[in-house]
Design a protein around this ligand. Structure first.
Ligand SMILES: [Zn+2]
Length: 340
């Protein structure tokens, strides 16, 4: 009697499963027979009315019924999910076999790449970045840096003047003054950023970029400066690069020097870029002039410092072998995409 009932439940459930049109219907149909309050669970309650001899065979047939229904459910469910997906795809405009759209990602501008690399190299020996405004007071751009009143750099043909004694900064050195006046010593800072001068040809642009460094400490000498500049040149252009200092003059450093390094393009052998000399100028440097320290309330008898400055465009032109500085500002994608 009981086994017949089980068979009947199974047959009805199979018919019900097979008539289902979608996975949801099928699931509901499954719960009706296999769920906690489903038909097969209820039939199990009849177990208690059976004699102990009948119980094992009854239990086994209920389990077999469950197994066969669950396996039928699994195969039908897979089939219905596939059908449903196929219907959805047929109704939508989506074509999953179309090739994807290419996502165009931007690239860093070569100037940005070079600045980042310069900061990365110098941060390894303790330098950290400080920034400052592009429009500076004449005092911070010139006077506090020991430029005399009649210095040619102050003239209109070299400097962009704004109203009320302000200028577009002609170098990032005002950041050195700002930092000396506001932070405690010793310090090691880098001042990267754009600067402005009235100048324009294949190697000069009216707006260009500098990275300057300043190290102020007790007992800082020209030897430390040479060490830092040499470390930088070797890290940036390669281990075999050599550096040399040529005496020069800047109002804010004393002594002052121009920095040359062996031409990275011909390894010092002489080529068109280095005008056959094997050397290439990369920047200027020197020990901070005592007047500059005094004007920032730093006692030059206790503290010394050195400063150096590199032109970013020049670094980029040497590294990427470019001959025209204007490429950096033309926004020609054919040029910019090469720095991917
Ligand atoms: Zn060369």
């Amino acid at each position: 009697m009981s086994t017949e009932k089980i068979n009947q439940i199974v047959e009805e459930a199979k018919a019900s499963f097979q008539s289902c049109q979608n996975p949801d219907e099928l699931y509901k149909s499954k719960v009706k027979v296999l769920g906690k309050k489903g038909a097969l669970s209820l039939v199990m309650q009849e177990m208690k009315n059976l004699s102990p001899e009948e119980r094992p065979a009854f239990g086994q047939s209920v389990n077999e019924a469950k197994k066969s229904l669950e396996s039928l459910y699994a195969s039908l469910s897979e089939e219905l999910v596939k059908q449903e997906m196929a219907q959805k795809l047929a109704q939508s405009m989506l074509d999953p076999e179309l090739p994807g759209f290419e996502v165009k990602t931007g690239t860093y501008h070569p100037i940005e790449l070079v600045i980042r690399e310069m900061i990365d190299i110098l941060s390894r020996i303790g330098f950290s970045v400080r920034l400052g405004p592009l429009i500076e007071h004449d005092d911070l751009n010139f006077t506090a840096l020991n430029f005399p009143e009649d210095h040619p750099a102050r003239e209109m043909q070299d400097t962009f003047y704004m109203k009320h004694d302000h200028v577009l900064r002609t170098h990032t050195s005002p950041i050195q003054v700002r930092t000396l006046r506001s932070e405690s010593l010793p310090l090691r800072i880098l001042a990267p950023g754009s600067v402005f001068r009235c100048d324009s040809d294949t190697t000069h642009a009216p707006n260009f970029y500098q990275v300057e460094g300043l190290w102020v400490d007790k007992k800082v000498s020209m030897a430390h400066l040479k060490g830092v500049v040499d470390f930088f040149a070797k890290s940036y252009f390669g281990d075999k690069t050599q550096t040399r200092f040529r005496p020069s003059f800047f109002p804010f450093t004393e002594p002052s020097a121009e920095v040359d390094c062996t031409c990275p393009l011909c390894a010092g052998q002489g080529c068109r870029v280095c005008s056959k000399t094997g050397w290439i100028e990369i920047g200027g440097c020197g020990l901070v002039h005592p007047n500059v320290l005094k004007m920032s309330d730093v006692d030059p008898d206790q503290w010394q410092g050195f400063a150096f400055g590199f032109g970013v465009e020049r670094m980029a032109m040497i590294k990427y072998r470019l001959s025209d500085i204007r490429l950096f500002n033309e926004n020609d994608l054919r040029f910019l995409e090469q720095f991917r």
